[in-house]
Every structure is written in C-alpha cells, then in structure tokens.
Design a protein. Sequence first.
Length: 364
Amino acid sequence: MTHEHIPFLDIRPQEEATTVDSAIKRVIDSGQFILGPEVQAFEQEFSEASALKYAVGVGNGTDALYLLLEGLGIGAGDEVITTSLSAGFTAIAIIRSGATPVFVDIDEHRLTLDPAAVQAAITPRTAAIIPVHLYGQPADLTTLSQLAARHNLALIEDCCQAHLATYQGRAVGTFGHGCAFSFYPTKNLGAMGDGGAACTNDTGLAERIRSLRNGGMSKTSHHQHAGINSRLDEIQAAVLRAKLPLLPEWTIKRRMLATRYRERLCGKTIAIPPETDTGHVYHLFPVRATRRDSFRDHLNTCSIDTVVHYPTPLPNQPAFKSNSTVIYPIAEKICQEIVSLPLHPALTDASIDRIIESIGDFSG
C-alpha cells in the first residue's frame, strides 16, 4: 500500500504567505536593509511578547549567547556549566567567549540540566550557568536560579527552542541575567534565513550588546570595544514581524498536536518524556525507542520522516572533548534512544493519526 509522505517539517510560508510577501516588498521599497525601522520595531514587539524589557536583534542564536557572555564580562579563565544534551551551538558560544564549557548530566524526565549535577560541578572558576530549554520544555528554573544566586553566578537561559514557553506561569528568559533566542527557519518563530535575539531586563547589558553586535561602536566609526559584526537584517526582521502575531496560535496548535500524541500513544512500544510544565511549547516531540533504528526504518517504510535530536552527547564530540572525568550516563542513554516525530502547525490531525497508527503497527 502506498502512503502519502509525511515530512518531518514544512517551513514554507502557509497562512502568513501574503503578509510575508508584503513585508519583504516593504523593505525592498524602503532601501534600508541593516539596522533600520524593521529591526527596531521587531525588537520592541518581540520583547513585549517575551515579557522582557529589551530584545537586541543579532545574526543568530549562537551570537546571542556569545554576546550575553561577552556583555557580562565572562571569558578566559572562567567556566560555564551547561547541558551535555543540546545542539552544539550552545557550547560553541561559550568557547568563542574564551570561557570553558563544563558539561553535566541531565534530568531523565525533563531532559534538561540536572540541578544536582550543576551543584557538584561548581568550582571557584565557575562564572555562569546556561540551561537549555530543550525541545521547548523549560528547565528547572526554580532550583537553577537559587543555585546561581547562592554562588553569585550569572544565569543565561538558552531559549532558542522555547519561544513563548513559560515555567510555572512565568515567561522563560526572565529568570536570569539574560537569554538567547534563535530565529533559524525551523524554530517555532523562524525567519527566512538566519537571525537571533539577545534579551534582558538589564538596561546596561542591553546597551553593551547593542554596541558589541555592531563592531563595538559607540557611534559611527568610533569603536569603543572590539565587538563583532552580528546584526539582524531588515528583511528577516520584517518577516519575523509578519509571523509574530501568529505565534500564540501556532503554540496552541503545537500543544494540541502533542496532546493528541500523548493520549493515543499510551501503551505503545515507545516511551514519551513527561510534560513537566504546561508551559512546554513543543518545538519538537521526542520519544524514546530502545530499538531506534528499527523504529525509524519502520516509519520510513510508512513514508513518515523522523529526525534524531541529538545522537551524541556534546562532551563525547571531538570539538568539545576535555580531560574531565565526569560521566553522563543519562545523556548517553537518551542519545541512544531519542527520536523526534513530526510536529508543526501545518500538520493535520489526520497525519498525526496515521503516524500513531503506524507506530502501533511496529512490533518493537
């Protein structure tokens, strides 16, 4: 039997296509392409949507993390504790700052930083903690905030997969000194190219990052600091402005689809990580399969795409290896089992039901 193909993701403009086209034309007609009115307007609109005072548009989410570290004066000689399970760009931002990433294990339920492992990793050189709200699930911000305050550490939230997520009713990104968002096209709020934002409630930090993203200039051709060139461009800002009003509706749709998965996959041959907070925004819908390759092969024969996020713990990868004797048993186990099922606002209930039915046909 031939099945209609269900792609993992469809990032082509859908209901917002006309608005996006108009936004792009508006920028082209204006002749302003860098740090103009679209970026200023988007920064204001996104900061309000995220319950933060300031959003500084930058080139990508990696730069947002790096600029937050640089803006806080964290660099050579410092250690930054972060998760062993994430995209590599979190660690890359730490390394670019001159600091050393210190990886710790994850909580098996949240799949985010284990606060007990963070506590054990703190040394006199520790300067910051970077939790990643992985897959759209908020980390344990209560405990991590308390740890950061007790040890006088910066808390920088990686919200690159967590647009509009909340933790115990409060917006993620508002618990620490600052936070980073990515607008990579696959994100819950995605541009049609690259983009990111460094967000904070700290006026001074926001001002430093605005300068650092633009070569460290205090005014044109006057470089106060050796910053970088990382500026959200006008076209991407206009595209994001066109999409932002739809983000709450898309978030509701993601949660509805996730609920459908959770209700109908009960008792199947896979395990679903629990939803530990209703503020989860389901950037991805990961499940655990002990026979992952067979499971993925089965869905592939059913014309259903899956992706592994992520197959290898960061400290086990060549770019991030160190002499640390710390072990990451939970992260290593999760990396062997985790697989993401399709979930995005354009996905229909019928497609979800066929995915569920196909999983039910898997012998395990």
